[in-house]
Design a protein around this ligand. Structure first.
Ligand SMILES: OB(O)c1ccc2cc[nH]c2c1
Length: 239
């Protein structure tokens, strides 16, 4: 997978070279290039923003630099991803969709946002996905790109040492995962559930499924009724 990130704060994206994402780059599974939007300005002040038409507070990102940046980076197989408070919720399903792409371009907005014509024009040339991380507002898109990149890159084949963990984790099957435990068997008078030390893998799997259903019903009942709701069998419905 090839990734290009366009931002006015390239240093914000330096964590992409750390840990698993850094290893994915080193192993050739991923290439990441971060670009300063000001590369595509031509005035002496390298201006990327201007006052909003219609008045109002703050500044808006000018379309010209963005247009030239996307002209330079987009290919027929590119997908443009734009973190924004007005985007669709970013979910595990979104992460899987983006993980199937061969080339992602991330546009990091700042100020009051990017001139709408940039997104409109881009939509005539490539798929544009506007995503929101949640019902809150950041200073810009850079931190959101770090989150999205972690969620996407860990899904790429070969990145996680044990791909089995992807199947059991929260949101993988539309449920929150069951609680996890390790040694010691008793810690501060708190014991690991006996079932997990029984060696009976069938009953352990049932216990984990039950705990997962209980946890989801308690903390995220919306997940049991929404579009991503999991298929429940007779044993599930007895929980
Ligand atoms: O909350 B966000 O994901 C986000 C994304 C982009 C911009 C641009 C200005 N504020 C922003 C907030």
């Amino acid at each position: 997978m090839r990734v290009d990130v366009v931002t006015i704060f390239p240093e914000y994206l330096s964590p992409l070279s750390l840990s698993l994402i850094g290893k994915a780059q080193a192993s050739g599974l991923l290439s990441v290039d971060v670009h300063d939007l000001r590369t595509w300005t031509s005035d002496v002040h390298r201006t990327v923003d201007d006052t909003p038409y219609g008045g109002g507070p703050g500044m808006v990102m000018r379309p010209e630099p963005w247009g030239l940046a996307l002209d330079a980076l987009a290919t027929p197989s590119s997908r443009l991803v734009v973190p924004t408070p007005v985007g669709a919720p970013f979910t595990q399903r979104t992460a899987h969709s983006l993980a199937d792409a061969s080339h992602l371009i991330f546009a990091c907005g700042r100020y009051e946002g990017i001139d709408q014509r940039v997104l409109d024009h881009a939509s005539s040339r490539l798929p544009v996905t506007e995503v929101s991380l949640g019902d809150y507002v950041l200073f810009g898109g850079e931190v959101a790109v770090l989150v999205i990149m972690e969620a996407v890159v860990r899904l790429l084949p070969g990145v996680l040492g044990n791909a089995d963990s992807l199947a059991e984790e929260s949101h993988a099957a539309g449920l929150l995962e069951a609680p996890v435990y390790t040694k010691p068997p008793v810690w501060r008078d708190l014991a690991v559930p006996d079932i997990l030390r029984s060696g009976d893998h069938g009953r352990i799997a049932r216990w984990r499924r039950d705990e997962s259903l209980r946890r989801t019903a308690t903390r995220r009942p919306d997940m049991l009724s929404g579009p991503e709701a999991p298929e429940l069998d007779k044993a599930d419905r007895a929980v």
